[in-house]
Design a protein around this ligand. Structure first.
Ligand SMILES: C[S@@+](CC[C@H](N)C(=O)[O-])C[C@H]1O[C@@H](n2cnc3c(N)ncnc32)[C@H](O)[C@@H]1O
Length: 458
């Protein structure tokens, strides 16, 4: 009989050794997780997503106009910002529009955070970030959600704390799915803590060994539990509601994510913009099995956005969820604090998110990508423009673009140049030898060559 080693026994999920494996992955891999395209980020860091967030952030500034203190910074904090690509797209959309708004003099700063020092250093040195750093618009700091403390930005002597005199915007994409959460089981109307034991067929001294996942076995055991479950009565209230109303099912609980939200809200006002794979209503929670990691270098678990929404509303805030089912990625917006006006945010959410979800765009993109070789040149250009000049979309269109360009009427070449120029400006390369630059040069060279043939005086 095969011997099994117990690596970790009977732990609430949020305290399982699984999260040490996750931490080791991110710490050991640093930027390579994105440079080698291992950790997925195409949707969560796309310019399409950034446009929606820029709309929401501007609407929030407008909504909070009466409470703003122009003598203090207004901070937007991105949690677990990874590649930095969402931030780059966000800044390109947000700051020009802020400058043209009545809030041009507001000292808005975007602070990118992660818990991996190598990543923070990479951002600090990135050439495309320099102009924003110099303008005082962008800074970087370490932040570990397991050790919630004020931020110490690299380029400023002033720490960033909750309750800093202005509302705070938090951005959390593919973040809540990558940080510890708990799991419960409902059986016959009784809530159970779903305790996790990890087994392997060998001792596992190296938690960074990627082959470990092939040997790991997860076994959950539901143990009846009564309140209090947590130190926050609102968390308990949500679980008691689930206990009272949900049929038998497993249900995850984003306790660490909520702790983070509470920390950054302090006693002030906060807007959370978040996108992740998850469930946004109680109906979607039903029928879940034990939480199993979805592996992609790191791992992720589904996020219980229903619980986040309930927490926000019980705390007196407003939760904005898209009214339709989002198959791939949920995008959700939450307001916390005493401010009771929400008309501007509601309107912005409707326009920028509900009628335009990144999930909708990427569902259609996925369906049409295999057929790009049947697109005409103008159709390819339209697709790239609709994506907000997304480098990844351009890369997918590149073979078809090249083929079409050879035969196209040169009347289109001006538009082609405009599109590839916008793609180039909008792109945050993660290595010095990024293949996208080469592809853009190839397209440009073809256009210029044909123009020269047509007008030798050029
Ligand atoms: C799946 S990645 C998402 C990155 C980026 N937001 C995106 O959408 O592509 C999760 C990010 O959270 C960071 N992270 C993981 N555990 C963390 C923790 N305990 N505290 C802060 N950040 C953490 C990782 O380093 C990583 O950058």
């Amino acid at each position: 009989m095969k011997t099994e080693y117990i690596l970790d026994a009977d732990k609430p999920l949020s305290r399982s050794l699984l999260w040490q494996i996750q931490r080791r992955y991110f710490m050991e891999n640093g930027m390579a997780a994105w440079q080698d395209d291992v950790v997925p980020h195409q949707i969560s860091s796309s310019p399409y997503m950034a446009r929606a967030y820029a709309d929401m952030a501007l609407a929030y500034v407008e909504e909070m106009a009466d409470t703003l203190d122009f003598s203090k910074p207004f901070v937007i904090i991105e949690l677990g910002a990874g590649s930095g690509r969402l931030a780059y797209h966000f800044m390109r959309q947000f700051f020009p529009r802020l400058a043209a708004s009545p809030f041009a003099k507001l000292d808005v700063k975007l602070i990118l955070t992660d818990f991996v020092p190598e990543i923070v250093q990479f951002w600090q040195m990135h050439p495309r970030f320099q102009k924003y750093i110099v303008a005082g618009r962008l800074d970087f700091a370490l932040f570990d959600v397991m050790d919630r403390r004020p931020l110490h930005p690299l380029n400023s002597p002033h720490p960033i704390t909750p309750n800093n005199g202005n509302p705070i915007i938090l951005i959390a994409n593919y973040f809540f799915d990558s940080i510890p959460q708990d799991s419960f089981v409902l059986q016959n109307g009784q809530l159970h803590s779903n305790l996790l034991t990890l087994y392997s067929d060998q001792p596992e001294p190296d938690l960074a060994d990627p082959a470990l996942w092939e040997r790991l076995r997860l076994a959950y055991e539901p143990i009846p539990q009564s309140p209090p479950y947590y130190d926050d009565p609102l968390y308990d209230e949500i679980l008691q509601l689930y206990e009272a109303y949900l049929p038998d099912t497993a249900v995850s609980f984003p306790n660490i994510g909520l702790d983070c939200l509470r920390f950054w809200q302090g006693t002030g006002e906060l807007l959370l913009l978040s996108s992740d794979r998850g469930h946004s209503s109680a109906e979607e929670l039903v029928g879940q099995g034990d939480p199993l990691p979805n592996l992609h270098g790191s791992f992720s678990l589904m996020v219980n956005y229903d619980a986040i929404a309930r927490y926000v509303e019980m705390a007196g805030g407003t939760a904005l969820h898209v009214p339709h089912y989002q198959d791939g990625l949920q995008t959700a917006v939450y307001l916390l604090g005493d401010h009771s006006e929400t008309a501007v945010i509601h309107r912005a959410f409707d326009r920028a998110v509900a009628q335009n979800t990144p999930d909708d765009f990427f569902a259609v993109k996925q369906a049409i990508t295999p057929h790009l070789d049947s697109f005409t040149l103008p159709q390819l250009l339209s697709f790239i423009r609709l994506s907000q000049w997304d480098g990844a979309v351009f890369e997918e269109c590149f073979p078809a673009l090249l083929a079409q360009l050879q035969e196209a009427d040169p009347v289109w070449y001006g538009d082609v140049i405009d599109v590839v120029t916008a793609v180039h400006e909008n792109y945050l390369p993660l290595t010095d030898t990024d293949p996208l630059e080469q592809k853009i040069s190839t397209i440009r060279a073809i256009c210029v060559q044909v123009w020269k043939l047509q007008s030798p005086s050029l």
